[in-house]
Design a protein around this ligand. Sequence first.
Ligand code: C5J
Length: 219
Amino acid sequence: MTIDAEPYAFEFEPTKCALLIIDMQRDFLEPGGFGEMLGNDVSQLRRTIAPNQRLLAAWRAAGLQVLHTREGHRPDLTDLPPAKKIRGRSATCIGDAGPMGRILVRGEAGHDIIAELYPLPTEPVIDKPGKGAFFATDLHAILQNRGITQLVVTGVTTEVCVNTTVREANDRGYDCLVPADCVGSYFPEFQEMGLKMIKAQGGIFGWVSDSEKILAALS
Ligand code: C5J
């Protein structure tokens, strides 16, 4: 089965392909959250919610594997590098009190996944301290144990955690397909370039398509 994609068709093997939804967390997406507090336009991310919902529903209906990630840190911040803590020189930073609890701290309301895409109890949630989902997590082990060789990667943000994860996955031998309408950036130019970087040079990191094409293949 193939999915129309760039730079060329993606050879889709459903039972070996997991849907990996990156960091669809309240603090990044909801009005009043950390992302908006930093001056970002959350509508740029919120447009990804509906296509992700459709893809997630189809993935679940087909009985295929789904995993979610959350970026965040232990409440005692022992896994927060000092360089990450002070980056940005913001008055309010990771670990401080924010609009939805302590910012990017596990267990806080803002750290959790938005209700629209809430994980089922059977779907692994990978808590990651970095931008890439493979760094300091058991994601690779879980995928290997489940026989996964392909990933459909969605979520936010395109140029940060999605791109970092796709690059990490590529280096570990996974084929990654990114539906453009299911990933989002606060910055339109980074959305465009983040996707171009993935599919450039013959798909140097992976493939880019859109959710409708993946849904068509699934049905
Ligand atoms: C960021 C992310 N942008 N999930 N995190 O800090 O992309």
